[in-house]
Design a protein. Structure first.
Length: 308
């Protein structure tokens, strides 16, 4: 995971490799996890419409089938994940070097679990700017039918399932301008930064526990790398889920109120458990998704390091 591990190593080469590896991992993550992500967004934003994860998946498939239903928003999801993960992993590598200087380590492989977690926290600040607009479009596409049924959009039913990411983006820009694409940025920060503190901390901690004596974390093998990635993903979603629910509500309904107000409104009208609505599909989704993300990232990066 560490590319050029010396703090003063080839920064540009490492950055390009981290960026490319993160991009490839982001693509793999989307196609593994998109149906359950669609289910998560629908349950977060319209909690009264579905009895649970299975009901939501069945109803989505019955009404809109695979590409217009379960994989709705997959194009902006790919864009979002490629943008987020390429910037995230490139920034993570750079932040590891910064934290290594603060911790007075000569090699980033010697960083403590806290140091790696802090690097993830800092890296998420930068990736949030690339994630917010693309995820906003993805969430709106995923919940398009529900928005139509609740009279929150003026989209004729015949065209309901044929609106493209480009057209929706153009409509948002026309109605709200550039700020409209960054609706929910504050809640994205609130979700991403603490989330990736625990994500990278959990991943690196799990790798540390699974390595054998005399073995480095980079040599634990594919299955243990996937297990560590899955563990990091479960920790991430368990910690950030209330902020993710609030973000989804703000983005889907284009709310102009603060995340604190939205959170309090959900708590007062729906109860505390509403802030965890959709957690099950998120946990189930993240296990194969983040396992695949880290597997593709680690091994594509290792290949690139050998080739270049």
């Amino acid at each position: 995971m560490h590319g050029t591990s010396q703090v003063g190593g080839s920064g540009f080469k490492t950055g390009v490799i981290d960026f490319t590896g993160g991009s490839l991992g982001g693509v793999a993550l989307v196609y593994v996890s998109q149906p359950l992500d669609t289910c998560k967004v629908k349950m977060q934003t319209f909690p009264t419409l579905y009895r649970g994860m299975v009901h939501c998946l069945i109803e989505t498939f019955r009404k809109d089938r695979i590409w217009r239903g379960l994989y709705a928003g997959s194009i902006p999801a790919v864009v979002a994940n490629v943008a987020e993960n390429s910037v995230l992993f490139a920034a993570y590598g750079a932040c590891q070097k910064l934290v290594a200087v603060v911790e007075k380590k000569d090699n980033i492989t010697d960083l403590s679990i806290l140091g790696n977690a802090t690097s993830g926290f800092l890296a998420a600040f930068f990736s949030s700017f690339t994630l917010c607009p693309t995820e906003l479009v993805k969430c709106k596409l995923q919940a398009l039918r529900e928005m139509h049924n609740q009279k929150k959009i003026a989209q004729p039913d015949a065209k309901l399932t044929h609106i493209t990411p480009y057209k929706l983006t153009r409509e948002i820009l026309k109605a709200e301008g550039v700020p409209g694409l960054f609706r929910g940025l504050t809640s994205t920060f609130a979700r991403e930064m603490p989330g990736y503190f625990f994500f990278f901390g959990g991943y690196e901690g799990a790798r540390e526990m699974m390595r054998q004596p005399g073995q480095t974390k980079d040599d634990i093998g594919a299955l243990r790398t996937m297990a560590a990635g899955a563990f990091g993903g479960v920790v991430l979603w368990t910690v950030i889920f209330p902020a993710d629910v609030i973000k989804s509500r703000i983005q889907v309904a284009s709310l102009r109120t603060s995340m604190t107000q939205v959170g309090l409104q959900i708590y007062r009208t729906e109860g505390i458990l509403a802030l965890y609505n959709g957690l099950l599909p998120s946990i189930i989704r993240t296990i194969p998704a983040t396992a695949t993300l880290f597997l593709v990232y680690e091994y594509s990066k290792k290949l690139m390091m050998e080739l270049f």
